[in-house]
Design a protein around this ligand. Structure first.
Ligand SMILES: *Cc1c(COP(=O)(O)O)cnc(C)c1O
Length: 391
């Protein structure tokens, strides 16, 4: 199944191209026996069981099943939908970690995920070590007797290190440790984390799956055997999504594959141009041969998305502001993955503890579907504004 044909059958008697939106709280039954059967099926986490709409509706079931199949490919997996990408990360960590457990988390992880771990998880008695994202098989030396999970993100947020995910998963499997990855950057168009051996993939559907910057949602996809534990946690916390939002993700994802190819080529056009600029010391884009883990990226990924960063040789805070404020086509804002092009200054303060960031000021770019020539003109004007701000 592909992004276009999956999750489209509305059932009899009516046939349309798209599924309808179910908006629901109560689910109704014709008799008590049916009600009891549905309660038991829902508690057991069976496919499409819902005695109450917090467990799902046909719209959310269709999306959850599509996400699981597209993300995991031939591997048997189930997905739970959450109100945001961050809530999918938090619910996953809550589902599989208990007081006394040890978590290994990549130092390059999405900032709010780090804050959740340092705050809530620490309060609930989980101990965390942040590791160098480039550790590869050397992760084995960081294992403790109580290590329960290794959490990855590849490429890393802001700094775009590519992790040797298969090597890390091989170590984890030898020791019976769970592996989880944030697959925001690549989406299943470009990477298949379950082929690499991961057990859990968390996806901010907000980003590329939605593609239109108009809805927030996340998913946790787990191997079938882990479903009961994830399902219990999600159910006990009452985490669920509305039908309208699920429908927007279903609509957005139809074009995911073609959009990704446009994001890749636009991003590379900008990255190549930035490499020629004297103000730029490094372009942090894994598809460039100059990227330190370019070979790993070539081995494991089927392409690049539109998100990358560049590092300035030197710039004052005022110059960074001048560069980012002189925009016509780029917008300034958090998040990414929509059709719009975004730029923003990166701030790694407090977000790197294993290897403190020693580079220059970082600017993160999301190459959207705008004409790349116009985006380059924007950056060119930005560099001129940056130079003017120096005097
Ligand atoms: C944006 C993002 C998230 C969180 O997604 P939201 O839906 O915005 O909460 C998680 N991980 C990464 C890598 C992200 O960039």
């Amino acid at each position: 199944m592909d992004f276009v044909s999956i999750a489209r059958d509305p059932g009899k008697p009516y046939e349309t191209v798209n599924l309808p939106v179910w908006r629901a709280s109560s689910v109704l039954f014709s008799n008590v026996a049916d009600m009891r059967a549905e309660v038991a099926a829902t508690a057991a986490g069976q496919m499409r069981a819902a005695n109450y709409a917090t467990a799902g509706t046909p719209t959310t079931f269709a999306l959850a099943e599509a996400v699981a199949q597209l993300e995991a490919g031939p591997h048997a997996a189930r997905a739970a939908l959450m109100p945001s990408g961050l809530s999918a990360i938090a619910a996953t960590l809550f589902a599989f970690l208990s007081p006394g457990d040890h978590l290994l988390m990549s130092d390059s992880v999405y900032g709010p995920a780090r804050l959740f771990v340092q705050g809530m998880l620490t309060r609930f008695g989980v101990q965390t070590t942040f590791y160098d994202p480039c550790v590869g098989a050397g992760i084995e030396e960081l294992l403790q007797p109580n290590t329960r999970m290794i959490y990855m993100e590849s490429p890393g947020s802001y700094t775009f290190e590519i992790q040797d995910v298969p090597a890390i998963c091989a170590v984890a499997q030898r020791h019976g440790i769970l592996t989880a990855i944030d697959n925001a950057w690549a989406s299943p168009v470009l990477s298949r984390p379950f082929d690499w051996g991961v057990d859990i993939s968390v996806i901010p559907l907000t980003k590329y799956w939605s593609g239109h910057a108009d809805v927030l949602m996340g998913a946790a996809v787990v191997r079938e055997a882990l479903w009961p534990q994830l399902h219990q946690s999600v159910r006990q916390q009452g985490l669920c999504v509305g039908g309208d939002d699920a429908w927007l993700i279903l609509r957005g994802m139809r074009t995911l594959e073609v959009r990704m190819h446009a994001h890749e080529s636009h991003g590379l056009a900008l990255a190549h141009w930035l490499q020629t600029r004297p103000e730029v010391s490094h372009v942090l884009h894994p598809a460039l041969p100059s990227h330190p883990q370019h070979e790993l990226w070539k081995r494991d990924f089927r392409g690049a998305s539109g998100l990358f960063a560049f590092e300035l040789r030197s710039a004052t805070a005022e110059q960074v502001s001048a560069l980012c404020d002189r925009r016509q086509h780029f917008k300034l804002g958090f998040s990414w993955g929509g059709f719009e092009s975004l730029m923003m200054p990166g701030n790694l303060t407090g977000l790197r503890t294993a290897e403190p960031w020693s580079g220059g000021p970082l600017i993160r770019i999301h190459a959207g579907l705008d004409n790349p020539a116009e985006l380059i003109a924007d950056l060119e004007a930005g560099f001129a504004a940056m130079a003017a701000a120096a005097s």
